[in-house]
Every structure is written in structure tokens, then in C-alpha cells.
Design a protein around this ligand. Sequence first.
Ligand SMILES: [Fe+2]
Length: 333
Amino acid sequence: MVVTWTTLCPTKSTEVMYGEIELIDLARGSVKKFVDGGALKREIYIHRVFLKNLKPAKTYKYSCGNNNIWSKVYEFTTIKSGNDWSPRIVLIGDLGVENGRSLPFLIEDVKNKFYDILLHDAINNNARVGDEYMRRIEPIAANLPYMVCPGNHEYKYNFSNYDNRFSMINQADGTISNHFYSFDICPAHIISFSTEFYYFTKFGTGQLLTQYQWLENDLIEANKPKNRAERPWIITMGHRPMMCSNENGDDCTKKESRVRKRMPLTREYALEDLFFKYGVDISLWGHEHSFERLWPMYNMKVYNGSLEQPYKNPKAPIHIISGYAVSVISIEI
Ligand SMILES: [Fe+2]
């Protein structure tokens, strides 16, 4: 587990006190100064502490700070071990500072321990808006494993706020990798990746190749017989859907989306073939402020498992768009 927080000035140390009943253990971490790319050049200090050797399925209390100032006490429950249970995953897309109507319900659900983990795509987290956003999600993110992927809202200053404020761990090598990473939870292998590399090419295109190669290697590894037997579900999470039916100008509606089919000019890095080839079961998306669940789809054709049970042993990925966390009346950005 990684505990991350921000201070507006430097501190002497970065520490977390934690324990199952009392805060008897102490872990030390690191701090990094981050300068926002905006005109004010605001400085914030981002603290990270890795809590290692936690026991599975245990609730830990913790407080973060240093030997002078401590936060209030939060608590989280670690993921169970073994593969014969079903995780309770809450998926939210497009929850921002403005009009975040889902927030009170999510906070209440987390308090009542309804979920094991949260997957969130797209956060509007730049500069002061980012500070306010992080404050609002604190009751959730401080008490539940909070896994994110980047969306178009994060593009400012080359996604630097997103990059610096979060700490997603790629399980295979233990590195922080906020744009693309994967991890296992019970019978599922979950892969988070950036669809924004396909659209914000002004920040370069090299990351498209790096991510594509990483994705393929990760899928090959997940498909090794032992791994697929232990974790038969492969679930992807990205922001902009490959296909959708909303009435707007996004390329998932009427055109062949960049993520699904190809980049203009280079015609490379298309993910639909890759996900089909390696048997991805479910693709989770946001961006469209609506909910859609498609039949198993490949190349615009339905690949149902059978007439009676379309979702059982589907022959292509099932796409789920869940981008309505803002509210039903919000306007897509
Ligand atoms: Fe979006």
C-alpha cells in the first residue's frame, strides 16, 4: 500500500504511523517538490510512504505526517489472498470537482465498507483545482485502494499534476507507473493504460510505442497457461472508449476511434486487435457521460457466447462505459 499526501511547505520528515489496533509501527518515506506548470508556478510537496509486509484481509489504522504534525486517523483493509473470491470493485468515470454528485454516495458506501477497491478514470487535478479535488476524494482515497488512469482532463503541462499526485504501482516490477500498469486481484488481472497518448501527440509519440509494447508483453504474460488458469479474467481500464453511441463528435461514435483502429498517418498501435487476440474479457471506459454495456464486440460485430447466455464465455471483449459520476446533466469536456 502506498500512502500519498501533499503539504504546501517542506517538512522535516515523511512518516506514517500504523497498526491493526494501535499505531505502533512507523514507516518512513520520501518527499518530492512539485512545481505546477501554470503562471503562478505553485509549489507543493508530495509525500509518499510505502507500507510493506501488510497481512492480507486485515484492517489497518494509520496517520501520516511527521513528528510534529499528524493527520487524523484513517483506515484501510488489505485485499484478501487466494483466488476463490469475487472482489467488490467500484468503477467511476469522469468525477470532477464540478457537479460531483456521486461523491456523497461513494463516501457513504466506503464508510460502510461496500467495496474492496476503486477504479477511477479521469480526474481534473491541475493546480488549485487539483488540491480541492484531492481534498474532496480524501474520505474515499484515504480509506480504500484507489486506482486511477489518465483522461483528457489531465492533459495540462503534459499530465504533470496527474503524474506527481498519484502512485500507481506496476505489480510485475514494483515501479510507480501512473500512465500504464497492471495488477492482480483475486481471479482478475487488471490493466490500466492511457488513451490520451493517442490524442495529445503534441507531447510526443514515443510513449505510444512504449505503451503498446508494454501492453502486449503484459497480455502475453497474463496468458501464460499457469497465469490464465489462476486469473482467468483479464480486465482493461482506459479513458476514451473504442466505441460508443452518444450523440457527439467523439471518434467512438461514428468514426473508427484512434484507440480501436489506428492512428492517422502511422496507422499503428490499434488496440482492438490486440485485446481480441489475447482474450481480454472486459474493457472499462469513461469519457462519455453516460452508461453503456455492449454485447461482446469485435470489428463491429457481435460475438456473444451463445444466444441464451451472451456474456458467458464471450468470444470478444465486453465494453462497459461508466462516465456518469459527474451527473446526468453535465456537459462533456
Ligand atoms: Fe474525458
